[in-house]
Design a binder for this molecule. Structure first.
Ligand SMILES: [Fe+2]
Length: 182
């Protein structure tokens, strides 16, 4: 069972996601929520697993996400708008573009506690944390994430790999081995 503070946030997210202005309303809800981040960060810290699906319907999918700074999860797409709200630590988005020659690294974005980043539906990112502590975030996707066919991308060739949580975990890399950080 999520903590009451997460239940409250979830009901605000669900209401925003089914509204006419879902994009702007979700950004507003999340920006408000990161202003006083401690209670939500503590609730995320209390969840057993690092990545947990909290809610999903046709309008939105909501995940709690903790990442560590030495591990980078493989590039993937969402095929829908994604809002990333960070409550403790900092999440690191490693951004790519898919080109005929393969994946091209286009830059890294740090999303610190108190910030919200929105990624467009065609974004491809690998994900990690910045700094010494775990990042604590809520990710809101504007649709049924488990219901769409989407891809991971092979680190070396950029070839599409079927998205599954097993593949997601199997393809992770150590940050120290990656040229994106050298
Ligand atoms: Fe992602």
């Amino acid at each position: 069972m999520p903590a009451p503070v997460l239940d409250e946030l979830l009901s605000e997210i669900r209401e925003a996601a089914r509204s006419v202005n879902a994009f702007a309303r979700l950004q507003q809800v999340l920006r408000n929520s990161v202003r006083q981040p401690d209670a939500i960060a503590n609730a995320i810290a209390g969840i057993d697993d690092d990545e947990v699906l909290l809610f999903e319907d046709e309008t939105c999918s909501v995940w709690s996400c903790r990442y560590q700074s030495d591990v980078v999860f493989a590039p993937h797409e969402h095929c829908m708008t994604a809002h990333i709200a960070v409550y403790r630590g900092a999440e690191l988005e490693v951004m790519y573009q898919c080109e005929s020659a393969g994946l091209r690294h286009t830059g890294n974005k740090v999303v610190s506690a108190g910030e919200v980043l929105t990624l467009p539906p065609d974004a491809i990112h690998a994900v990690s944390a910045e700094g010494q502590s775990h990042s604590h975030a809520i990710h809101v996707y504007q649709g049924p994430l488990s219901g769409v066919t989407r891809s991971l991308f092979d680190w070396s060739t950029g070839a599409r790999v079927e998205f599954s949580m097993d593949n997601f975990y199997a393809m992770r890399r150590q940050k120290s081995e990656m040229s994106e950080f050298s």
